[in-house]
Design a protein around this ligand. Sequence first.
Ligand code: S3P
Length: 159
Amino acid sequence: MKNIVLIGIMGCGKTTIAKLLADKLQRPVIDTDEYIVEKYQQTIQEMFEVSEEYFRNKETEACKDIARLDGHIVSTGGGVVLNSLNIDYLKQNGIIIYIDRPIDNILIDVETSTRPLLKEGPQKLFDLKKQRHQSYLDACDVHLMNNDTIENIIDKIIE
Ligand code: S3P
């Protein structure tokens, strides 16, 4: 069975949706950031302090490992589309779903303290969305808006 892989900008709901979806479908869930933190015993902030490139290499390692899994629900870091190799790995055994959420909605509840790229403030999200939206569209098999209830988006994914 293929993995279901969620991509999208920070705060779009990937992690929350992945956990609920996994519960509903009785499938294992994996988050690329959590996977890297556990594997390398370093926080995302510590990795970024070494350099962004250091973190991005670990992220690619995670995608490579995940390509070997089966039937998982996978939530990814927002920058996973920055390297097309990541998407190649994730597509090997996965259906890619772009969770697209309006930035104004994200700004209401995004956690900035654990996200190094949001150090300059949550407004940075507008720039990232502008830079990455097309890459998310190009990478995905399905494009879904998260501007409804979480239950509805989960039903849409299952459908
Ligand atoms: C990043 C998103 C984060 C995390 C890292 C970099 C990005 O993941 O991977 O801070 O480049 O957008 P979330 O999208 O889960 O916040």
